[in-house]
Unconditional design. Sequence first.
Length: 70
Amino acid sequence: MHTDMGAAELEMLSDASDTSVEDATQAAVSGIPLGRLGTADDVAEVVAWLVSSAAYVTGTIIPIDGGSGR
């Protein structure tokens, strides 16, 4: 996710793999079919849909992962 927490995770990944944050970001993005990190707006769109149109959706997990399936 392209958030403060996501940035911290990418920084930890780069430290652990002794690479730059940019390289760690590219490695993360390479596994996402949409080709970009998710944003808070991506999550907000799903939440808005759930509260406005999905009255019959119950007991399920909706992945917001750009198609990576992780």
